[in-house]
Ligand binder design. Sequence first.
Ligand code: SAM
Length: 313
Amino acid sequence: MKARYISLKPLVDWRRKRRPLDFSDLFSECRPVVLEIGFGNGEYLGRRAAVERSKNFVGLEREWQSVWRALRYIARNELSNVRIIKADARWAIFRLFGEHTFSEIYSLFPCPWPKERHKRHRLFSKKFLQRLNNILEPGGRLWIVTDDGDYAKWVIEQSQSTGFKVDQSAVPAGTYGTKYENKWAKAGLKFFCLLTFCKEYECPNFDVKEYTLQTHRIVHFNPDEFRPIPVRGQIVVDFKDCLFDPQQQRCLVRAVVVEDEFVQDFWIEIRKHEANWHIRPASGCSWIPTLGLQKALDAIRDSCLRNIPTNRS
Ligand SMILES: C[S@@+](CC[C@H](N)C(=O)[O-])C[C@H]1O[C@@H](n2cnc3c(N)ncnc32)[C@H](O)[C@@H]1O
């Protein structure tokens, strides 16, 4: 099969953009913006974008396979009004989008995570719904379709004090034509549950401030004795590989930082500069400044200082 080039233009490189994202900059024309959360294969997103040319569409999805399929669909159908964001929605909706960005937000067959111990992975918790309220325009609409009655009940419970009026109805199988709708229809389901949320009032804004990162300078660093100490607690920092280049006087430590639902995997460098060693995220890595990232830098500094005799630190 002949290899086909898929344009990456619709994929938003959000780590390198100013946050919250400015969609008037990301789309060539300023139109109402619709967000789909967890678009799977992207069939419904693509079909809507092809038909509703007077709107811009944003797809949010955490799996590469899905992102790739959506990009292929966009390329084949030459859609200029779709942008794709690969990120975890539990984190992204708090960090990437500003107040009143979307005229409509929807999600088709979000994972219901039925097992008790997995419930924390569910989308559309109270806090999540409150944030969706923030990022929806006044009078905006959120809607969710699910095959799972227990999950629908849970979402309705979560919706108390989120600024939404909730309405529940049934939609016949075959309405959206997505992979999961087809799967449940084949399994014999004739109707699905449609939850519609109309924004009645504004929720207090969860304004997440960007963190100002502080890098460190230390006088002594001994690569032979250096053992980075992981961080435990609500924020978890693990250090994986550690490489030292004696010629460049540079040590690289791979850090994995987990805070809430956000994971960052990047390299920290400890580099000799004049009389000091400078500890900072290595250039060439994608990272965003967060408290967890600061804790990783602090942990490297503390680990460096641990083996220095007190009269030399
Ligand atoms: C059950 S599938 C439904 C896919 C599609 N909407 C459909 O109807 O076929 C759920 C989708 O949501 C995505 N997803 C689950 N949790 C997510 C999260 N936290 N952030 C972004 N996407 C998520 C999954 O990768 C998957 O593609």
